[in-house]
Design a protein around this ligand. Structure first.
Ligand code: NAD
Ligand code: DAU
Length: 356
């Protein structure tokens, strides 16, 4: 079996669902259920003995040690993190705790567990660390995309905490021989993404007839990858990634934020038409402090070594995503209560803006 951390969040729950639809290998899913963790994400696995959910904190080393002893996984896939850049600006403490201390405690518990394994089991074991392209910092318009050898230059509390966790993972390999492999992925989108992130927030606001907030001039560029493609890349990294290596994972889809939002509006105009175009709701608001201008991923190493390429184009992935949110408005409504509304107020009420 495998141990997944953060499997109640966006990418983790997609990974668990994909994993169990393709294989019978059981999953222990350890998640603290912060605001971002949602058991409804894996409601379809209710009663499925292959999925063992444990509510707990990755900072709790004794809990991890006992889970490892009890279930004896052959791999750990580590998603659990605080993941939202804007929240890291408002309150960085939780990011240091979970992303840095939590990864440290997971590495130490893994090291102790491996010491008790046979050489064969030890050689087969993998610690797959799920990280981000944000650790590389911000690109200029003509810079080459991030490669695996691009120096780290994180700019936000979130990306600094993820960079720190990447460094710990690397060091535990070099110093203690931990069998690690890391994926640095670009912006994911797709079903089950918490509606604080750009794409689900825009869809939810549009359907509610609320302003669609664009930070700054909207010309910041991100590379977008459909979440199912990230999951397939991670499965390949787990199967065939070389120990101690990092793999950049991306969609070959660089888009300016304003273009992403116009694409969403056009899809909504087609799939959920209203009297006037949703694009009339676009509102430019005060920028994110320290906002990185451009991310781009060179994913050729993953293609060369792992034979991985994304299956979805931006057009097919976005259409599926918009349709999923239209079909699952209850899932969004269930989230849009107390804590969520407080966050929206905290993040957006201070931003001034004018309609496009
Ligand atoms: P998410 O915020 O949707 O989910 C995070 C999950 O981790 C939640 O279920 C939460 O309850 C859990 N968690 C948080 N703190 C915990 C703790 N202390 N102990 C146990 N569980 C805890 O995040 P996501 O978007 O699914 O991202 C998953 C991973 O992928 C993160 O490591 C993130 O840095 C990385 N990543 C995300 C993206 C993206 O676009 N979303 C891109 C690249 C990499
Ligand atoms: O690049 C990978 C990263 O992508 C992951 O590591 C992070 O976990 C994930 O949250 C994401 O970070 P971003 O900051 O790029 O994602 P977000 O959806 O918050 O924002 C995408 C872009 O849209 C970014 O340039 C900020 C902008 N934005 C975001 C929001 C929420 C807006 O213009 N308006 C908004 O309301």
């Amino acid at each position: 079996m495998i141990l997944v951390t953060g499997g109640a969040g966006f990418i983790g729950s997609n990974f668990v669902l994909d994993w169990l639809s393709a294989s019978d290998e059981p999953v222990v899913n350890l998640d603290k259920l912060t605001y971002a963790g949602n058991p409804a994400n894996f409601a379809s696995l209710s009663g499925d003995a292959r999925h063992i959910f444990v509510q707990g904190d990755i900072c709790d080393r004794a809990l991890i040690a006992s889970l490892l002893q009890q279930h004896r996984p052959r791999a750990i896939v580590h998603f659990a993190a605080e993941s939202h850049v804007d929240r890291s600006i408002h309150g960085p403490g939780d990011f240091i705790r979970t992303n840095v201390d939590g990864t440290f405690s997971l590495l130490e518990a893994t090291r102790a567990y491996l010491a008790g394994l046979t050489d064969t089991d030890k050689a087969a074991f993998r610690f797959l660390h799920v990280s981000t392209d944000e650790v590389f910092g911000s690109l200029g318009p003509d810079d080459a995309p991030f490669s695996e050898t691009t120096p780290y230059a994180p700019n936000s509390p979130y990306s600094a905490s993820k960079a720190a966790s990447d460094h710990l993972v690397r060091a535990w390999h070099h110093t203690y021989g931990l069998p690690v492999v890391t994926g640095n992925c670009s912006n994911n989108y797709g079903p089950l993404q918490f509606p604080e992130k750009l794409i689900p927030l825009i869809i939810a606001n549009a359907l509610a007839g609320k302003p669609l907030p664009i930070y700054g001039d909207g010309q910041q560029v991100r590379d977008w990858l459909y979440v199912g493609d990230h999951c397939s890349a991670l499965r390949r990294v787990l199967e065939a990634g070389r120990l101690g290596e990092t793999y950049n994972i991306g969609g070959w889809n660089e888009k300016a934020n304003i273009d992403v939002v116009h694409t969403l509006c056009a899809l909504l105009d087609e799939l959920a038409p209203r009297e006037r175009s949703y694009s009339e709701l676009i509102t430019f608001v005060t920028d994110r402090p320290g906002h990185d201008r451009r991310y781009a991923i060179d994913a050729r190493k993953a293609e060369r070594e792992l034979g991985w390429r994304p299956a979805e184009t931006f057009e097919t992935g976005m259409r599926k995503t918009v349709q999923w949110y239209l079909d699952h408005q209850d899932w969004v409504r269930q989230i849009q209560s107390g804590d969520y509304m407080q966050w929206i107020d905290r993040n957006y009420s201070q931003r001034t803006g004018a309609a496009e």
